[in-house]
Design a protein around this ligand. Sequence first.
Ligand SMILES: Nc1ncnc2c1ncn2[C@@H]1O[C@H](COP(=O)(O)OP(=O)(O)OP(=O)(O)O)[C@@H](O)[C@H]1O
Length: 273
Amino acid sequence: MNVLEVSGLEVRYGHGARRKRALAGVDLTVERGEIVGVIGETGSGKSTLARTVLGLVRPSAGRIVLGGQDVTGYRARQWRALRRRGIVQYVFQDPLRSLDPELSIADSLAEPLLVRGIARAEAVNRAEEYLSRVRLDADLLPRLPGELSGGQRQRVTIARALLTEPELVLLDEPVSALDAANRVQVLRILQDLRESGVALVFISHDLGSVAGVADRIAVLSEGALVETGTARQIVATPSHPYTRLLVSSAPTLRAAPADRARREELRAALLNS
Ligand SMILES: Nc1ncnc2c1ncn2[C@@H]1O[C@H](COP(=O)(O)OP(=O)(O)OP(=O)(O)O)[C@@H](O)[C@H]1O
């Protein structure tokens, strides 16, 4: 069963002459338990896609079905209620901005459970359990976000997103602000989540980060999906020139990064395609 079906999704920003199309007829499905990567360069529409699926941006055309429910015509109030139910959760790039700096980690984690009527003792137990799922120790619970490293903070936001047992988690550049060691740790945790059955949409400009985690990858360019395939297909036999450019620009995917001349060649082919 699909937890997310997006079809013909179009988003336009601004008005009149300044109207700009950020998404142009995007079709994407995510099955239960599947990890789908969405990659594209800056400005390709990745965050717009995430924000539209969360009901934070209104599409000008297309359809969104979440957990079997057509949510396309939802008003702001209905979206808020849907987000409160926790079926779809999100993790953004900057964990400091998504954690209240004055709340302890225990309180940040317990809060989504308390608003669902779960007793405090039970909420704290669950918080501890989910911290261990993201390989963090319970002794972080009394600390404030400012007393954690960036990687620890991002793991806390992932734990918090999982606490409500969502069907789908959207992660928008979850590792981009992290140093290499923390990035590897968070990517491992995302891989581990495969066993939990939650579906993930992992959005990144960096194919190298996504390729080792995602089952399928969708490639976004100028608001349109130009290619979708298994992670293996996208990396080994990319068919669209833009995908080839992304593959050649991802140093971690290759023994040696493509040299500049080769990248220019691919970019020229892309402009002419
Ligand atoms: N609120 C907004 N109002 C007007 N234009 C916007 C708005 N948000 C995004 N855009 C434009 O829409 C396009 C897609 O932006 P979006 O943020 O979705 O891209 P992105 O792929 O997530 O980029 P990045 O990796 O830099 O975050 C860009 O041209 C951007 O300038």
